[in-house]
Design a protein around this ligand. Structure first.
Ligand SMILES: [Zn+2]
Length: 202
């Protein structure tokens, strides 16, 4: 998290979230349950508040939450539990869609067993659906739009790392808006790089 926000920004957000900047509030590099739903949703709200107040736009805070989610994956979750197995040569040899599925299943398993976020994977021909109930960033929050950008960032990074492709992730249902589970839809068809649409005129 420090890497993404810088020391100053992180301290400011912690003061907003928890009223001080004691480092013990920072989650360790594990999925310890001490990092509670309340603190995650407080951090989420603080990102909105702090960055919106300073920069005059909701998008900045949401973009920051997205980046925190990506860092959360790389610094906290990537080497954890079954996810550690994704980098083995056997798994690396599998097709990218299979690797994405394995990583999402491993992530759901980790959340379910090592945090209080029960999670599972569902899918159709075109999409994966990653379902989290209850989802920590939305805990105790009411909003007119989905608020779990941290989870979107984490899922984006998880599938990118596992499959080697950029897959579009969108939160279609959010506890903060309509109650119940947060649902993240992940398109199986990768986002094509911009260069693929542009003929090279050089
Ligand atoms: Zn949500």
């Amino acid at each position: 998290m420090k890497v993404e926000m810088g020391e100053m920004g992180l301290n400011a957000v912690m003061r907003i979230a928890w009223g001080d900047d004691q480092p013990e509030h920072i989650p360790a590099n594990t999925l310890a349950k001490e990092f509670t739903f309340e603190s995650l949703s407080a951090l989420n709200r603080a990102l909105d508040t702090h960055y919106d107040a300073d920069s005059g736009g909701a998008r900045i805070g949401r973009g920051m939450a997205l980046r925190v989610g990506r860092a959360w994956f790389y610094q906290g979750i990537k080497g954890f539990g079954a996810l550690a197995g994704i980098e083995t040569p056997k798994v690396a040899a599998l097709p990218s869609e299979v690797r994405a599925r394995l990583a999402l299943e491993a992530l759901a398993h980790i959340f379910t067993h090592f945090s209080d976020q029960s999670s599972w994977l569902d899918e159709s021909d075109r999409v994966f659906r990653f379902i989290v109930d209850p989802c920590a960033p939305a805990w105790g929050v009411q909003s007119d739009r989905p608020v779990c950008q941290m989870m979107v960032g984490l899922l984006q990074e998880c599938v990118r790392w596992a499959s080697g492709k950029d897959l579009l992730v969108r939160e279609t249902n959010c506890r903060a808006v309509e109650g119940g589970a947060c649902i993240f839809v992940i398109k199986k068809q990768p986002v094509e790089p911009l260069s693929a649409h542009r003929p090279n005129r050089e």
